[in-house]
Design a protein around this ligand. Sequence first.
Ligand code: PMP
Length: 418
Amino acid sequence: MTSLSPLLKQATPVVVDHASGCWIHGQDGRDYLDFTTGIGVTSTGHCHPRVVEAAREQVGKIIHAQYTTVMHQPLLDLTERLGQVLPEGLDSVFYANSGSEAVESAVRLARMATGRPNIVVFQGGFHGRTVAAATLTTAGTRFAAGFSPLMGGVHMAPFPYAYRYGWDVDTAIDFALRELDHLFATRTSPADTAAFLIEPVLGDGGYLPTPPRFLQGLRERADEHGILLVLDEVQAGCGRTGRFWGHQHADVAPDILLTAKGIASGFPISAMAASEALMSRGWPGSQGGTYGGNAVAAAAGCATLDVIRDEGLVDNARVRGDQLRAGLDALAADVDAIGDVRGLGLMQGIEFTTADGRPDAATALAVQQGTTAHGLLTLTCGPLGNVVRVMPALVVSEEEIELGLQRFRATVEEVVPG
Ligand code: PMP
C-alpha cells in the first residue's frame, strides 16, 4: 500500500470531509472551529459562495492559459483590482504560485535592479522552503538544516524581539538598528546590499509585530544607501492585521511588496508588486513559470478582493481581533505559563514559558494538540515551538471568537492546572 511521505508532518489528526466559513467538518463526524485557516490562507472563510462561484464559472471558460503564451482576462482583472488596494506607486505586478516563489522573484529583481549581491534578513523571519527562500528564513534551523550549501549573499541582522531580550520595545529597536549599522560595517557594506527583506509581523517566527519605528529605521537606511525595502506580506497581508497590509500600521512605503495566501482564499497564486520603474530594471523575460497567475486562481482572487471590500472584512478583522486579544490577555492574566500575548488583528500569538521564564515548547504543543480535542484548531510557531498561534478567517463572528476563546481557555486550564 502506498502512503503519504513522512516528510510531511501534520499538526492535527483531522481529515476534512468538507468545510464552510470558520468550520471544518471532519471525516470523524466532528465539527472543528478552524483558527488556522490553512495557515492564514482562507481569508474569506472556507468555500465562500462568491469565491466558489467565480472559480466554477472560470473552470468552464479556461483553466490554464499559461501567461507567457496566452494572456487571460482574470489576471488582467486581478491586476486592476489589486491596483485599488496596493500602496501608491506600486503599479506593476508579477505573478507566481507560492509565497516562496514570490520571495525568489523579489531577490532576483532586487539583484538585477541594483547590481548588488547581498540581501539582509532579520532573525526569526520566515520566507519559504525552496533553497533561496530557506536561506532567507531564520525562523528555525529546521527549515534549512541538512541540505546546505544554501544560497550565498544572505546576511542576518537582529529583530527587535523585546520579550525575548527582556527589554522594553524602544531598547530592543535601538539595539537592532545599531546592530544593523554594525552589520554594514563588518559584513555587508551598504554598496553591496541590494535589499532588506522583512515581514510586517513575523509569522512562523513567532507572531511578532515588527515595531513601526524599526520599519521606519529600515526605510531611512534604504533611502540613504539605495537599498530596496522588500516587505513580505504573504501571511500578514490581505486584511489579516486589521489594515489591508500589515505595514500600514507603520506608515512605511515598501519598494517591493509580496503577497500570496489570503489573496485567493485557498487557490495558489502569489504576487510581487513594485513600481513600473523598478520592475523595468529587471531583465525582460527573466521571470515566469508554467502555472504562475493561473486563470482559476486569478478569478478566485478577484472574488476574494470583492468579498473583502463588500463585507467590510478588514474592519471585521480589526474589531474581532480586538475581541480575540482582550480574551487572550484576560487568560494570560490568570495563567502564569503564558509569558506573552501579541499580534495584530486576527494574527495573535501566545508564548508559553516555564516558571523560571524559559521557553516552554512542551506546554505549547500540549495546548495546540489539546485544542483539537476541544473542537478548536490552532498551530504552534516560533523557532523553539513555544508559541501557539491563532488566525481565524476574516469573516469570523463575535460568537465564533467567544466560542474559540472558551475552548482555548478550557484547553489551557486542562494542560496547566491552576
Ligand atoms: N513568506 C511568509 C511570510 C510566509 O508565511 C510563508 C508561508 N508560511 C512564505 C513566505 C512561503 O509561502 P509558501 O509556503 O506558499 O511557499
